[in-house]
Design a protein. Sequence first.
Length: 133
Amino acid sequence: RIDVVDAMFGAGACHVALGRAADALPVLQRAARIDGERLDVHRLLAQALRGEGLAREAAQSYREVVRLAPTDAAAWRALGELELGLADARAASLALEKAAALRPTDADVLGALATAYELQGRDEDQLDALERA
């Protein structure tokens, strides 16, 4: 018996690997609707959406990734960076704080966190993040 979600994930992954993220999106979105608990599907969907410049949709997919894998520092970072791009500094700082807690010496995470703090006027927190970077 063929697992439909596995087949859809495979097709989506092939599209992405071939540089055709736009073709992967409908397949991965359908797979995510069929099985909302598949971390691999949500992660690839989020990456494809981000690659296509669909920041709001990518952020929503990354929220699903961190719901399913709350210790995924890379997903928290991606979510925070997307929130920064969407001009939601508060949401960005919350996501980036999670990433920084998981990767306390990651200079890229701390730099993005400092930017989120700066946009909120949180000067002391910004300085702390920059010093840790």
